[in-house]
Design a protein around this ligand. Structure first.
Ligand SMILES: [Fe+2]
Ligand SMILES: [Fe+2]
Length: 351
C-alpha cells in the first residue's frame, strides 16, 4: 500500500478554530534567562531521568501492534478517530516545534538540554501517530505544517501555564484511557492505545519540567499572575470538554461516557497541579458543570454562525461571539479554591 500525503488531512491539521490545537512561538531570549539554581536539587534528578531516555525503543510497531484496517470501522467512528489522531498529532508536533526552536535559539545549557530532550520525545510521539495514520493511507505533511500553520505568540509565562497544563492533561487523558481499556480490553478497537501507558510518562516528565520552571521564579505563581493561572485553567479545561463532546462515536466505541471521562481527567489534572498552582478549580461546585455545558453550547453556536453566509452570517457572528464571551466569563467567575503549594514539587506518575 503506497502512502500518500493527504491534503484533506493536512487541512484538518491546518484548521484554525477556537478549539483546534495551535502552534506557539515565544520570547526565546527571555526564556533563555531562566536560572534553575534555586531548584537544582529537583532539577538534576529529572534531567538525569530524561537523559536515560526510558522510552527510547517504545515507539515502534512490535508484534503487539495487531492487524487493523480503518475500513472495518463504521464511517462515523472512522471520521472521529482520524480526527482524534490528527488533533493529537498536531498537539504533539506543536510541542516539538516550540521546544526545538528554544533549543535552537537558546544558549542556557540547562534550558537547551531540557528542551532538546522534550523535542526528541514529541517528535517520536508525532511520528508514531503519523505511522498509525499511514495505515489509512494518509499522512499529515509535517514539513508543510511547520512552514504554513499560523503561530500564536505567547509571552514565556503564558507558555508555562498553557504548556504545563497541556502536558499534565495529556498525561491524564492517556492514562485514563489506558486504565479503562485494561479493564475493558474488548473496547480497544485500535492497537495504538496499548502504547499509552509508557507514552504518557513522557508527558508527565515534561509537565514536571514546567512545574520546576515555574517554581524557579516565585513571581510566576503569585500576585496578579494568579488571575492568569485561573484563566488558563478555565480555558484549557473548557477546550478539552468541548473538543471531547464533539466526538460521541469515538467515546462510544471506547465504552467511555464522555462526562465521566472528562470529570476524571480534569480532577486528576487538578490534583497534580497542586504541586505548583496556588489555586484550583472547584469541581464540586455544581455551577462548574453547568458553566462548562453553557460554554459548549455557546461554542457550537459560534462555530455555526461562522459558517453561515451572507447578511445572516454577518449578524449572527458578533452575537454568537458575545454569547461565548459571556459564557466564558461566567465560568471564570466561579470561585477557585485556595491551595497551599508544597515545599518541593516533584511527583511520580501514580495513576
Ligand atoms: Fe507528547
Ligand atoms: Fe509532552
Amino acid at each position: 500500500m503506497s502512502t500518500i500525503i493527504d491534503d484533506n488531512t493536512t487541512d484538518m491539521a491546518m484548521e484554525e478554530t477556537l478549539i483546534s490545537p495551535r502552534f506557539y512561538t515565544t520570547n526565546y531570549k527571555e526564556l533563555d534567562k531562566i536560572d534553575v539554581s534555586s531548584i537544582r536539587d529537583e532539577w538534576d534528578p529529572l534531567i538525569k531521568e530524561m537523559r536515560s531516555d526510558p522510552n527510547k525503543r517504545h515507539f515502534q510497531k512490535t508484534s503487539e501492534w495487531d492487524d487493523f484496517d480503518f475500513k472495518d470501522l463504521e464511517p462515523g467512528l472512522r471520521k472521529e478517530f482520524i480526527d482524534f489522531l490528527v488533533s493529537s498529532l498536531t498537539s504533539e508536533f506543536s510541542g516539538c516545534v516550540l521546544y526545538k526552536e528554544m533549543k535552537r535559539q537558546g544558549s542556557n545549557a540547562d534550558i537547551c538540554e531540557l528542551f532538546a530532550m522534550m523535542a526528541r520525545d514529541e517528535a517520536r510521539h508525532a511520528g508514531f501517530i503519523n505511522d498509525a495514520l499511514r495505515e489509512a493511507n494518509i499522512a499529515v505533511n509535517l514539513g508543510f505544517l511547520t512552514r504554513k500553520k499560523k503561530y500564536t505568540y505567547f509571552a514565556p509565562k503564558f507558555i508555562y501555564y498553557a504548556t504545563y497544563l497541556s502536558e499534565k492533561i495529556g498525561y491524564a487523558r492517556y492514562i485514563t484511557i489506558y486504565r479503562h481499556l485494561e479493564k475493558n480490553p474488548s473496547s480497544r478497537f485500535h492497537p495504538i492505545f496499548k502504547w499509552f501507558e509508557k507514552w504518557c510518562n513522557d508527558e508527565f516528565r515534561h509537565g514536571e519540567a514546567f512545574a520546576l520552571l515555574m517554581r524557579s521564579d516565585p513571581k510566576l505563581t503569585s500576585g496578579l499572575n494568579i488571575y492568569w493561572i485561573k484563566f488558563f485553567l478555565v480555558a484549557v479545561y473548557a477546550t478539552m470538554y468541548v473538543r471531547d463532546h464533539a466526538r460521541p462515536e469515538f467515546h462510544k466505541a471506547l465504552g467511555v461516557d464522555i462526562d465521566w471521562y472528562d470529570d476524571q481527567v480534569l480532577r486528576m489534572t487538578t490534583e497534580i497541579s497542586r504541586q505548583v498552582f496556588p489555586i484550583e478549580i472547584d469541581h464540586d461546585n455544581p455551577k462548574w458543570m453547568i458553566g462548562l455545558k453553557r460554554v459548549k453550547k455557546a461554542m457550537l453556536a459560534y462555530g455555526k454562525a461562522k459558517q453561515s453566509k451572507g447578511v445572516t452570517g454577518l449578524l449572527k457572528r458578533p452575537i454568537a461571539a458575545l454569547n461565548l464571551g459571556i459564557a466564558f466569563v461566567r465560568l471564570y467567575a466561579i470561585p477557585a479554591k485556595r491551595n497551599s503549594v508544597p515545599e518541593t514539587s516533584r511527583l511520580q506518575p501514580s495513576y
